[in-house]
Every structure is written in structure tokens, then in C-alpha cells.
Write a protein that binds this ligand. Structure first.
Ligand code: ADP
Length: 590
């Protein structure tokens, strides 16, 4: 800005000097003839006065004395050398020459001023004086009598007349030039001060916008050129704003897309700097969202297998996939993938999925197979043992033979129960259930209780039904078979895990919007520790096998799964050796 200011200042000054100089020359050149004319007019006025007092008769008489006194008088009055010349060019009197008598002075008729006067009645000539050898003004006029030239009057003016005027003009010009130049300098200075101020305001406005995150436009500028510029910048700003908005929209869409993925995704450049990540990435890996966008992966993720794989990826830039146990009981599966741009690896992407559930299912499946095999193996070994012994013919006693066969029969029932329960459970777990419909559970409950009365009676037990229903017309969404699954398993357990004699109480009533069923026994009870696990598949408390040898260990698991399908609740309260209270609640429907 400063150099521009100096440049324009010098350019303006230079231009002004050239213009002023040209104008000066023009004025100077046109002033000269003007001044000469002015001198001529002034001298003409003076000579008219002189002519007014000239006695022409004395001139015709060629009265030298008179003429000499006349020219002297004129010189005294005007200060100019005055000469009277007769019509033949002979000098009759001259204020600078003593009285002329019969002069033999050279003939003056050929002098240019006389020649001009002869043509135009007056003549002004600037020429070198032969006597003084300096440039002088010679002005002559004709002296007329009755319209005829009788002589000439001539005055000589010093060149100083014109010089003075020209000098004065020069002073005026120099002074005015100086004034103009000072004015131009001052104007240029203040104009630039003004421009500089406007420029600084403009700059401040731009800086303000630059430091803001909002999309403001530049305000109107006082200086019209800056205002034009502000208009153009505003157009660019507006375009930029629209571009950013659409980019922002794209980014938001991408963020939404990435955040709606089940997978955690994060992208990094080759130096390991984070480019972006979705919310699942931090939630699955249970890490903090970095506040610094340039977070390095090594400062962020410390899980050793990932770090090891990253080192490997750094070396060969090849995809890595791994399923591994993360912290706690969590299992994750992650991929490290190269991020490519035109065949060049520019970074890498890590995707991560929480596979704990899958892993648990996998474990469950393998555990289940092991458990089923185990549950099958025990009765099968017994059956095989008894059968082999009988076949060997070593048991001769028919009572013992019968006992063995009964045992084989029992074990077969146990295997049958196991297979039936497994089928039931798999059906429930696969949701292959009978059509669920709105049914009244009370008659079904009554039927099931009646069904189990004989079995209870075999053990000297009574099932005491306590129907505490306040309404008879109640409905639940279920099926007869599913309800049977639940109640029969609970009743069978209550019968098997109770000592002979005593009673089982079956209570049912409406509790809030549920039907509440309770099967209370006075049996062996369940410890607090075991209460948490008895609903697991194949979980049997040690003493259960002796009390209920045909149990499959799946009964309560069937209860749990069925209740869950019916959106109900289940639970147990029990005390060792005092008895257990199994309860379920199923939602009523209108
Ligand atoms: P099981 O075929 O062994 O009865 P369940 O899944 O029905 O299998 O029950 C799991 C275990 O819970 C039983 O083995 C038993 O140890 C315990 N249990 C179930 N019901 C009772 C009860 N009423 N009293 C005491 N223990 C019970």
C-alpha cells in the first residue's frame, strides 16, 4: 500500500509537472504577442496625445527648434525617445540628438517601422539598434494633414517593457505552479489517507468474516471501488457458503450412514492419524472419542492384538481379519483394510463388530452338544451294563433279573424324557409354537391339577388348589400346550423334590394386570446359589439325580423359555429343607 501510494504520488507529481510545464509554455507563447499588442496600444494612446499637441504647421515649415522642443517635451512626458521624421524619411527632430540643422543623417524611410506605418498608419518593430546594439521597440505613426502623410512620429521603447511583463508573467506562472503542485501533493496525501483508511476498514471487515464461523457477508464499503470489490467477494462467499452447505449435508448424510451401521468404522491416514470414526467404533471398543482430531491410533487404541496387527499391516498393507476375546467377557471381530486412492494405499480402515453374542451362542452350542452327549451317555452306559450282564446269563435270580430289567426300563424312560424335552425346547427356541390365541387359563389350570393328582397321591402328597381369582372371565394370550409345558414341569418337580406325604399348594390369583400362579412345596428346597442357575439347561443340583432319576435337567429351562415367549415373568423363592415356591405371571388381555 505504501509503495503504491509513493508510486502514484510520484506519477501524479510527474504528470502534473509535465502538464503545468506545457500549459506554461502555451501561456508564455500566447502572452508575448498579447503583451506586444498591449505595449503598442499603450504607445498608440501616448502618441495620440502627442499628436494632439503637435502643431502641424510648424512641421510643414520644418521648424527645427519647435520640433526639437516638441520631441523633448514628449520624452519628458513619456520617458521615451521620440523622433519626428518627414515624409521623405529625413529625421527632423530627435529627443536624443541635439538640434538638427540641415542634417545629413541617413534616410529613414526604409526602416521597417516606417514602412509598416506607411502601409497601416502605424508600425511596431522589434529590432537591434544600430547605435546601442541592443534590441529595442520602434513604434511609428503617420502624421496626417488633410489626409496626406506629412511625416512620421516615432518612439523607441526599451525591451525592458516586454521583459518586465514577461518576467511578471513568469513569476505568476511559477507561483501558480507551486500552488498547484502543493495542492496536488496535499490532495494526493489526503486522498491516499482516505483510501488507506477505507482500505483498512475493508481489510478489517474481511478479517472479521475470516475469523467468524458464521456466513456473514461484507458490509457496504464507503469507497465505491472497494464496494464493487466487496460485492464480488460477497458473490464468492455466497457460492462458498452454498458449497459448504452441500458438503456439510453430504458429510451429515455420510455420518448418519456410518453411525447407523452395526459395525464400528474408523479411517486413518498412513501415519495413523484419525480421519473419522463412527459412534459404534468407540462404543464397541469402549474407548473415549478423541477431542483432538489428529489423534494417533497408537495413543488411542492400546489393545495389544490390534497394535500387533497394525504393525503387520504397516509392513505388507494386506487385509487382516481377526476374531478375538476383548476385555472382560467381550468378543470382537475386526478387519484392518487398506484405504486406496488410484491403486495407492493412502491409509487404512478398521471395522469392528461386537461378536460376544455370536461367540456365546457358539460356546452354548458346543456346551450343549457336550451336555446332551453326557446326559445320553450315563443312562446308555447303565442300559448297556445291565443288558450285557443279563445276556451273559450270570444273573440267575429272577427277582434280580426283574430289577435289572426295571432299571433298563427306567433308564429308557429317562432317555425318552430327555428326547421329548429336547424336542420341546428346540421347538420353543425355534419359535415353532402352536398358535397363540386368547384363552381362559383357569379351566386349563384346573385340568392340569386334576391330571397330576394321581401322581401326587402315589407319593402320599395332596395338591391343594387355592383359586383366589376375583374374576372368572380372564384371558391370556397363550396355547393349551404352552400352559401345560409350564405348569406340568413345575408340578412334576414339586412332586419329585418333596418327601412322601405333605402337600403342594397351587395358588392362582389376579395381580395387577397379570394372572399370578404359585406352586409351593414343602420339599428339599434350593440354596440361594443354585436358585440363580436352575433355569439353565441341564443344570441339576447334585441330590436331584437320586430323587428324580428320570429328570432331564431341561424342565425349568422349558418353563423359562415358554414364559418369555408369553411375555410373562417367573421366579423362585426357596429355603433349603423348607420348601420352594415357584411363581409365574402372565399378562391378561381383554
Ligand atoms: P430336572 O429334570 O432335574 O427336574 P429341572 O430343569 O426341572 O430339571 O430342574 C432343575 C433342577 O432344579 C433340578 O434338578 C432340581 O435340582 C432343582 N429343582 C427344580 N424344582 C425343584 C423343587 N421344587 N424343589 C427343589 N429343587 C428343585
Amino acid at each position: 500500500m505504501e509503495s503504491l501510494r509513493l508510486k502514484t504520488f510520484w506519477a501524479a507529481l510527474f504528470l502534473a509537472i509535465i502538464i503545468l510545464f506545457s500549459v506554461d509554455i502555451l501561456i508564455w507563447n500566447s502572452a508575448k504577442p498579447y503583451f506586444i499588442n498591449e505595449i503598442k496600444n499603450e504607445t498608440n494612446d501616448k502618441l495620440n496625445l502627442a499628436k494632439g499637441i503637435l502643431n502641424y504647421d510648424e512641421l510643414t515649415k520644418n521648424n527645427s527648434k519647435y520640433l526639437k522642443s516638441f520631441v523633448d517635451k514628449i520624452k519628458t512626458l513619456t520617458g521615451l525617445r521620440t523622433t519626428i521624421i518627414d515624409k521623405n524619411g529625413k529625421i527632423l527632430a530627435d529627443s536624443d540628438i541635439p538640434l538638427i540643422k540641415n542634417s545629413n543623417l541617413p534616410n529613414n524611410l526604409n526602416l521597417p517601422e516606417i514602412q509598416e506605418a506607411l502601409k497601416k498608419n502605424n508600425g511596431l518593430v522589434i529590432r537591434k539598434s544600430k547605435n546601442y546594439n541592443i534590441k529595442l521597440f520602434y513604434y511609428s505613426e503617420t502624421l496626417l494633414q488633410n489626409g496626406r502623410i506629412i511625416g512620421f512620429i516615432r518612439v523607441v521603447l526599451p525591451n525592458e517593457f516586454l521583459n518586465n511583463k514577461m518576467r511578471f508573467l513568469t513569476y505568476i506562472l511559477v507561483l501558480s505552479n507551486l500552488i498547484i503542485l502543493i495542492f496536488i501533493m496535499m490532495w494526493s496525501h489526503f486522498y491516499w489517507k482516505y483510501i488507506e483508511k477505507q482500505f483498512n476498514n475493508f481489510k478489517a471487515d474481511i478479517n472479521k468474516i475470516n475469523n467468524q464461523f458464521t456466513f456473514n457477508l461484507l458490509p457496504t464499503q464507503k469507497y465505491s471501488k472497494f464496494n464493487e470489490l466487496a460485492g464480488l467477494i460477497n458473490v464468492i462467499l455466497e457460492k462458498h457458503r452454498l458449497q459448504l452447505l452441500s458438503k456439510d449435508k453430504d458429510k451429515k448424510q455420510l455420518d448418519r450412514l456410518l453411525n447407523s451401521l452395526n459395525e464400528g468404522v474408523a479411517a486413518f491416514d498412513l501415519s495413523g492419524k484419525l480421519i473419522f470414526n463412527n459412534s459404534n467404533f468407540i462404543s464397541i471398543l469402549e474407548i473415549e472419542q478423541p477431542t483432538d482430531q489428529k489423534q494417533l491410533i497408537y495413543d488411542w487404541i492400546h489393545f495389544p492384538p490390534i497394535i500387533k496387527d497394525l504393525n503387520e499391516f504397516e509392513n505388507n498393507k494386506k487385509k487382516i481379519n481377526r476374531r478375538i476375546k476383548y476385555y472382560g467377557n467381550k468378543f470382537i471381530e475386526y478387519n484392518i483394510l487398506p484405504m486406496k486412492s488410484f491403486d495407492n494405499v493412502t491409509g487404512f480402515i478398521i471395522t469392528v463388530v461386537d461378536v460376544t453374542h455370536l461367540q456365546n451362542l457358539e460356546t452354548m452350542r458346543t456346551d450343549f452338544v457336550a451336555n446332551v452327549s453326557h446326559e445320553f451317555k450315563t443312562p446308555l452306559t447303565s442300559i448297556k451294563g445291565f443288558a450285557e450282564t443279563l445276556l451273559a446269563g450270570n444273573v440267575k435270580d429272577t427277582n434280580t433279573q426283574k430289577k435289572f430289567l426295571e432299571k433298563i426300563g427306567n433308564k429308557t424312560i429317562q432317555l425318552e424324557n430327555l428326547v421329548n424335552d429336547l424336542l420341546k425346547l428346540s421347538k420353543i427356541e425355534k419359535r415353532e409354537i402352536h398358535q397363540i390365541e386368547k384363552i381362559n387359563p383357569v379351566p386349563i389350570i384346573n385340568d392340569i391339577i386334576s391330571e397330576f393328582q394321581p401322581q401326587a397321591a402315589d407319593k402320599g402328597l395332596t395338591i391343594e388348589k387355592q383359586d383366589q381369582m376375583t374374576r372368572k372371565e380372564v384371558y391370556i394370550n397363550a396355547s393349551k400346550e404352552l400352559l401345560h409345558n409350564i405348569i406340568s414341569n413345575l408340578l412334576v418337580n414339586a412332586i419329585y423334590y418333596s418327601p412322601n406325604g405333605g402337600k403342594i399348594v397351587f395358588v392362582f390369583y389376579i395381580k395387577e394386570n397379570m394372572i399370578h400362579l404359585e406352586i409351593k412345596d414343602q420339599g428339599i428346597g434350593i440354596s440361594q446359589k443354585d436358585q440363580n442357575r436352575i433355569f439353565e439347561r441341564f443344570y441339576r443340583i447334585d441330590n436331584a439325580r437320586s430323587l428324580f432319576s428320570q429328570g432331564s435337567g431341561l424342565g425349568l429351562s422349558i418353563v423359562k423359555n415358554t414364559v418369555e415367549i408369553l411375555n410373562g415373568k417367573y421366579g423362585v423363592e426357596s429355603k433349603l429343607n423348607k420348601g420352594s415356591n415357584f411363581w409365574i405371571e402372565l399378562p391378561l388381555v381383554k
